[in-house]
Design a protein around this ligand. Structure first.
Ligand SMILES: C[S@@+](CC[C@H](N)C(=O)[O-])C[C@H]1O[C@@H](n2cnc3c(N)ncnc32)[C@H](O)[C@@H]1O
Length: 267
């Protein structure tokens, strides 16, 4: 693993996210803009200079890598050993070190507390009950220093009739083309708030076509419910929320928001 400190603490219980190379290319979307927003939050809302950050459910590390490039000391946690191995190689190839952990975001610890935590691309949606979300918030609070920030994004329903959203796009890197389609908020169960996410990655490289499909459950929380769960978990004060990664677009003043980006501060 070169210089990156890879620690496999727990075997994955899921087989999702097992095509990290294609995923990383397909989802290399607005990452720079998102990282600019995160850095803005660190500067605007943290009482101390943010130097160390943990990326929770870091996946293939689009934010983690960019923050490491900007000089932050990074740790990453993900349930998928394949993602963590892939990211370990990326970190080492770019001369960075970091604590990478295979683990569950509802119950984890870091070697040292950090100044900020992030959880991006609606990864919290993988927590399918309020109990899991509260356990997660408690775990995150434990790994932060006092005043530490927690920034995360969540999909939200902007319509009561048909909240489902679908996107299709393609990306090329060298000789590899990845055609992606992704849909969220399908078949929302009105009681559990659980819905289905579907992802297809079609990779074409040197005349060979590979198809990767993933279909999993996710869950949405309503904004006011989220605030109440933060209170219930304890440990955090609410700082601000936004529609998307735009510091001027505060959630209450946004029309038809489909993503809320939330900033919490450890008490
Ligand atoms: C939508 S991907 C996002 C990855 C990355 N944050 C990004 O922005 O590209 C969700 C990630 O959550 C991870 N994951 C799912 N359930 C998890 C859990 N209980 N604990 C930690 N990671 C989990 C998956 O392995 C996957 O890498």
């Amino acid at each position: 693993m070169g210089r990156s400190a890879l620690r496999l603490r727990e075997k994955s219980r899921i087989r999702e996210y097992s095509a990290p190379r294609f995923y990383e290319i397909a989802f290399d979307l607005n990452r720079k803009g998102e990282v600019d927003f995160l850095v803005h939050c660190f500067k605007r809302f943290s009482p101390r200079r943010v130097r160390s950050v943990v990326d929770i459910a870091c996946g293939t590390g689009p934010h983690l890598m960019r923050l490491a490039d900007r000089g932050y000391a990074m740790s990453g946690l993900d349930l998928s050993p394949r993602n963590i191995e892939f990211l370990g190689r990326r970190l080492a190839a770019n001369g960075h070190e970091g604590e990478l952990v295979v683990g569950d975001m509802t119950n984890f610890r870091l070697a040292r507390p950090v100044d900020a935590a992030i959880c991006m691309q609606d990864s919290q949606g993988h927590l399918l009950t309020n109990d899991q979300l509260v356990a997660h918030l408690k775990s995150v609070a434990r790994c932060l220093k006092r005043g530490g920030l927690y920034v995360f994004d969540r999909y939200m329903a902007s319509s009561w009739t048909n909240p489902a959203r679908r996107w299709s796009w393609s990306k090329r890197r060298g000789r590899l083309i990845v055609r992606a389609s992704f849909s969220a908020l399908n078949d929302v169960d009105p009681v559990s708030q659980v819905f289905r996410e579907r992802m297809t990655l079609e990779a074409i490289e040197n005349g060979t076509r590979r198809l990767y499909r993933q279909n999993h459950l996710s869950r949405m929380v309503f904004p006011q419910e989220l605030k109440a769960l933060v209170e219930l978990a304890g440990g955090f004060e609410f700082v601000q929320w936004f529609f998307g990664f735009k510091p001027w677009q505060v959630l209450e003043r946004s029309r038809h928001p489909i993503i809320m980006v939330v900033v919490l501060r450890k008490k």
